[in-house]
Design a protein around this ligand. Structure first.
Ligand SMILES: [Zn+2]
Length: 186
């Protein structure tokens, strides 16, 4: 899985183009250890809210979903851990879309909220590394706790130079993270 494009918009969303080569699986059904190991590494991940067509919990949805959708939730979770206690707003959301009648097969569009570009970029790259390390069974080589601690240091340093963007403030009292999934023309 590769993140081939990263575009920040001023409303507080980062738009990612994610490509899965035809030779690789794009469903977790073909990589069942991927969600299982992720849920062990990130205990709060399974409890994330997920609005999917079937109305499944994310714990269940993750066992049979598109790998970029799992990546989206991982990215939300990493950002949530990194922002905890630093940014007031703990609510960020995301969505995963694809339409292969327009795009080449294997292309997905993942959109998630962010606070500052440096931290978002580093979180995207960490989530991408984790997914690929799970795929190649090299996850033991990544010290996730250390990586998250480094990102938290990055937040503390970079927010002195980059104020939080407008739109990252909470819009309502809902303090839980939410996630909406739009699935188009599979
Ligand atoms: Zn979801």
């Amino acid at each position: 899985m590769r993140v081939t494009e990263i575009a920040f918009d001023e409303s507080g969303k980062v738009k990612l183009t994610v490509e899965i080569p035809e030779t690789e699986a794009y469903l977790t059904t073909h990589a069942p250890n991927m969600p299982r190991i992720l849920f062990r590494m990130f205990p709060y991940l399974a409890a994330q809210r997920c609005f999917n067509e079937q109305g499944h919990s994310f714990r269940r949805e993750a066992l049979a979903t598109e790998i970029p959708h799992l990546f989206e939730h991982l990215l939300l979770e990493i950002q949530k851990q990194v922002r905890r206690g630093i940014y007031a707003d703990v609510s960020i959301s995301g969505e995963t879309e694809w339409n292969w009648s327009i795009d080449p097969r294997g292309r997905f569009h993942v959109t998630v909220g962010y606070d500052n570009e440096i931290v978002a970029l580093a979180s995207v790259r960490l989530a991408e590394r984790i997914i690929n390390a799970l795929d190649s069974k090299e996850i033991a080589l990544i010290d996730v706790d250390r990586e998250v601690r480094r990102l938290r240091e990055l937040v503390k340093v970079s927010r002195r130079f980059i104020p939080p963007i407008r739109g990252s403030e909470p819009e309502d009292d809902d303090a839980t993270e939410s996630d909406a999934d739009i699935e188009v023309g599979v």
